[in-house]
Design a protein around this ligand. Sequence first.
Ligand code: AMP
Length: 416
Amino acid sequence: MKVLVINSGSSTIKYQLIEMDTEQAVAAGRVERIGYDDAQHQHLVAPGVLPHKPDGYEFREVAPVLDHTAAIRRVLAALTHREIGVVRDATEIAAVGHRVVHGGEKLTRSVRVTEEVKREIRATFDLAPLHNPANLLGIEATESLLPGVPQVAVFDTAFHATMPRVAYLYALPYVIYKRHRVRRYGFHGTSHRYVSRRLGELLGRPSLEGLNVVTCHLGNGASVCAVKDGRSVDTSMGFTPLEGLIMGTRSGDVDPGALPYIMAREELTPAELNSMLNKHSGLLGISGISGDFREIEEEMERGDSRAREAFEMFEYRLRKYIGGYAAAMGGLDAIVFTGGIGENSWRLRGAIVRNLAFLGLELDEDANVAGRGERRITTEGSRASAWVIPTNEELVIARDTLATVQEAEPAAIPGR
Ligand code: AMP
């Protein structure tokens, strides 16, 4: 049985077709620059899927793609292509799973897409104006091209729905929460969920009951999550994905009092301030070089002092969060690193683990630097452990999609 996973952005659609028996992607790709005359479609077929292309197959095409419907039409054409198609026709696609960034307070688990669910996603547009409208475009385009194929929405916020009120409320006038839903929601939930579950499997403790874990999703966007007994009890992103860690171009935590001051001094509009905080801050803002962690490390190696400072601030902020979450949970049993930086930067992982030795972590230098893929990077004798676990959000979405469509009735929206 095959599930199509779609991650629809404002001008990009990423997709994977996953064979659920093996949980392997048989094909994957992306359409970029949707809406432009020079849109690009990249499509890959995995090795071993096509008998006449045993090493796999890849194509790139540049052509006008008018909108999301046209983009998904291209995707379906590639998947069902006479020569390089991985399915005979679209009826072999059992279900479609969509990544939706924000579920608000009501959509707190994966749900079958219904008119009511779409209304609720629309109701969260103002909470995630850059993401949710694009996610819904992808859902509606798929519905029009694959009528009758069940669709499931999987929310980035859902894993954090278990956060207690003390963790998710801001100390603002309560009416602001009641009237405008301003509270902490958290993001990257699908990734934090995947790596924490996977850690449970690796530890032979699938429920993670009795364990205090901190998962670090460190990519262009970055967040940390406190996972107690397998459930998210706190996370560093808040009302928006801006709070918390220093990121590629996002500031993370800043004294809110500094913001009106900056606005006045620099004569910035709210939109300009937003742009400054989201696009011109973080590693890029500090270093003046790049928001890309690898480039920061390269410049640091060449002796650039601002790149070094950006690295050190990134590590310091992350370390404070991990320590804070150990305090919040009453202990620390394991840390997981994932995302482009977490999976690849031995320097950053090494610094974090060494600097947190007081929490019972002892780095295994070889495993950290020379090891590859999923592994433990602390010594056998280390009281707490640290791990690298490459994330797989698409697989979580596919699994949830299958489980949700196998439920007899579409689930009601909680709270209704
Ligand atoms: P993601 O958003 O998960 O794709 O992660 C992107 C981030 O991972 C960028 O800041 C990259 O520079 C960083 N990254 C990718 N590969 C490496 C690497 N080998 N060493 C350090 N950072 C890396």
